[in-house]
Each structure stands twice: as structure tokens, then as C-alpha cells.
Design a protein around this ligand. Sequence first.
Ligand SMILES: C[S@@+](CC[C@H](N)C(=O)[O-])C[C@H]1O[C@@H](n2cnc3c(N)ncnc32)[C@H](O)[C@@H]1O
Length: 189
Amino acid sequence: MITILIKSALNFSHDILKQTTQTGDYVIDATMGNGHDTKFLAEIVGQKGKVFSFDIQDLAINNTKKLLKENSIDNVDIIKDSHSNFDKYIKHNNIAAIIYNLGYLPGGDKSLITHPESTIISINKGLKLLKKHGILILVIYYGHPGGQSEKDEVFKLTENLNQKEFNVLKYEFINQNNEPPILIAIEKK
Ligand SMILES: C[S@@+](CC[C@H](N)C(=O)[O-])C[C@H]1O[C@@H](n2cnc3c(N)ncnc32)[C@H](O)[C@@H]1O
């Protein structure tokens, strides 16, 4: 069987999450959407752990609730609020992983997108919540109107993080059409 060694940004994000999270961990899905990352994380952290999942759209909340119910998953706190308000809900600094998929809800209203202002506030708050060796991952979809400026803002912030405190990786296909997503992974040292 032939296996593709170089994975999509989305699949690579799941590989990193699998390697950095374990049973009992507390983790965040910052852009819940249809709940695929939330389900993936809930299955890793198990009953002793918890996923805090954020979205601002009813459609995302409803789709995720349905997915979790169908899979008998009950270790998720679904929070209808912006990820820029992480600190209103999460008081402890022991988060093992935070995942973002920036862009619009697949199958939803394409004009409802993540915005640089709230994304940047959220990343800064998220980095404070990470435990030592915790990881914050951004899968950046940027082919839609507004996507480029959000990507640029995220790069500006993450490229300038102090290397004594964080390792920052950029994972990007450089020969593909149609703006494939780019992954940024930040590890707290
Ligand atoms: C690309 S989708 C996420 C896909 C999701 N990871 C999945 O598995 O289906 C981006 C989501 O971010 C949500 N969003 C936009 N702004 C937000 C904000 N400030 N806080 C939290 N979620 C936000 C959108 O409503 C949308 O559902």
C-alpha cells in the first residue's frame, strides 16, 4: 500500500494533537464549527479530561451537539461565545492543547468568518493558559475575502514570539493552487 508521507495541514494538526495530548488532559477547541476537532479531542482526553469548545454561531453549536450525542460523548463544555473571552470560562493554566481552524463554517454562511482582532486577542490569552510543553495550533484557511489579512496578522504575532518561551513552526505547501490551509504550531517551552 502506498501512503502519502506529507499530510494536509488538517491531518498534520491531528497528528500533533495525538502526540501532545493524553487521557485526563484539559484542551480547547477555539473554533468548534461542525465539531470534528471537538470529537477528536474528546476521544483522546476521555472521561477524566475535558474539552472546552467555543463558537459564536447557533448552527455550529447545534451541529456539534448532534455529533457528540450520536457518538455518546459527554466530556465537552460547549460555550457560545467568542474565543477572545477564553479567560471568562477557563481559570486554570494547565491546558494541554488549543486548536483553531480559521475561516468560515463548512456548509454554513461564508460571510461569517473569524476576524483578526478577536483571533489575536484569543491567541494571546490562549498562550497564557497553556501548560509547559502545551501546544497551540492554528490551521489557517485564507482563500476567502478577509482571509489574507487575518493570515498576515497571525504571522506577525507568531513570528515575533520570544524563542526562549516558544517554539513556532510553520507548515505550508508551496506548490499548490487554491490557497491550501497553512498550519502554525506553537509549543510553550
Ligand atoms: C473553519 S470553521 C471551524 C471548523 C471546525 N473545526 C470543524 O471541525 O468543523 C470556523 C468556525 O469559527 C467560528 N468563529 C468565528 N469567529 C469566532 C469567534 N470569535 N470565536 C469562536 N468561534 C468563532 C465560526 O462560526 C466557524 O464555525
